[in-house]
Design a protein around this ligand. Structure first.
Ligand code: CO8
Length: 259
């Protein structure tokens, strides 16, 4: 795998891992970092040996937000014309392979928004989520007012976006922001177990399941159910569906080929 300046990339079996790595700035999401991340995500998406992508940070910080020092003197036109805000940032949200954010420590501002772009978040018990943009005179710009509201509802999202207060891991789990909270020491083991479990499934079936769940955020119930039914029908074209159901009937583990 390629080496990058601001992230560490490794693969374990069919799982690709991206570790944000700017320890001196608590993994603040500089242009360099999001550029590296976009490249690494593209590479994993194209790599036929990778089924699942994990994004993580350090024990102290998943990411403490966009790089404030880098953007503090932006003009409106810098912000508007600089495509790092929309294109590179959003890459995690457009991955077709399943993605997991493994969050320890701070996930603030753009860091919280990045975590929410993953399919789901597994948090360490020291995780802290927040949208503190209001405290520096701006507002969330990469999903904090939208994905957070869909995840935890209006009351809590409003309170967080208006006060900038942080939410701890227990509250994040209670509120539906994270799938699961685990002890910090076990975070990567637990995330890898979950990632490997998903990676052992039929890759196209996993991609279709993800696509259908994501559809629910864009469509009415009737349209969403129709989309789901059509995709469900299409799974009968998969060799993996034949294999999975035959394996069940024959009382043996399935051997999925990703076709
Ligand atoms: N940007 C740049 N540098 C940062 C950032 C950041 N977001 N966060 C921390 N750092 C740097 C600090 O400046 C410090 O550097 P130095 O040692 O050179 O002074 C170093 O990281 C360590 O930080 P602290 O000394 O502050 O560490 P503490 O443990 O005392 O505090 C906190 C940790 C509470 C996380 C604190 O660092 C903090 O409040 N950080 C800023 C959090 C924040 O406001 N984030 C929101 C940023 S705005 C945003 O994300 C908008 C997203 C819009 C997305 C669209 C694209 C632009």
């Amino acid at each position: 795998t390629e080496t990058y300046e601001n992230i560490l990339v490794e693969t374990k079996g069919a799982v690709g891992i991206i570790r944000l790595n700017r320890p001196k700035a608590l993994n603040a999401l500089s242009d360099g970092l999001v550029t590296d991340m976009e490249k690494a995500l593209n590479a994993f998406e194209e790599d036929a040996a990778i089924n699942v992508i994990v994004v993580t940070g350090s024990e102290k910080a998943f990411a403490a937000g966009a790089d404030i020092k880098e953007m503090m003197n932006f003009s409106y036109m810098d912000a508007y014309l600089n495509d790092f805000i929309t294109k590179k940032w959003g890459r995690l949200a457009t991955c077709r392979k399943p993605t997991i954010a493994a969050v320890a420590g701070y996930a603030l501002g753009g860091g919280c928004e990045l975590a929410m772009m993953a399919d789901f978040i597994i948090a360490a018990d020291n995780a802290k989520f927040g949208q503190p943009e209001i405290t520096i005179g701006t507002i969330p710009g990469a999903g904090g007012t939208q994905r957070l509201t869909r995840a935890i509802g209006k009351a809590k999202a409003m309170e967080m976006c208006l006060t900038g207060r942080m939410m701890d891991a227990a509250e994040a789990e209670r509120s539906g922001l994270v799938a699961r909270v685990v002890p910090l020491a076990d975070l990567m083991d637990e995330v890898m177990k979950t990632a490997e479990k998903i990676a052992s499934m039929s890759r196209p079936a996993a991609m279709m399941a993800k696509e259908a769940v994501n559809r629910s955020f864009e469509a009415t119930l009737t349209e969403g159910l129709l989309f789901e039914r059509r995709v469900f029908h299409s799974t009968f074209a998969l060799a993996d569906q034949k294999e999975g159901m035959a394996a069940f009937a024959e009382k043996r583990p399935p051997n999925f080929t990703g076709k």
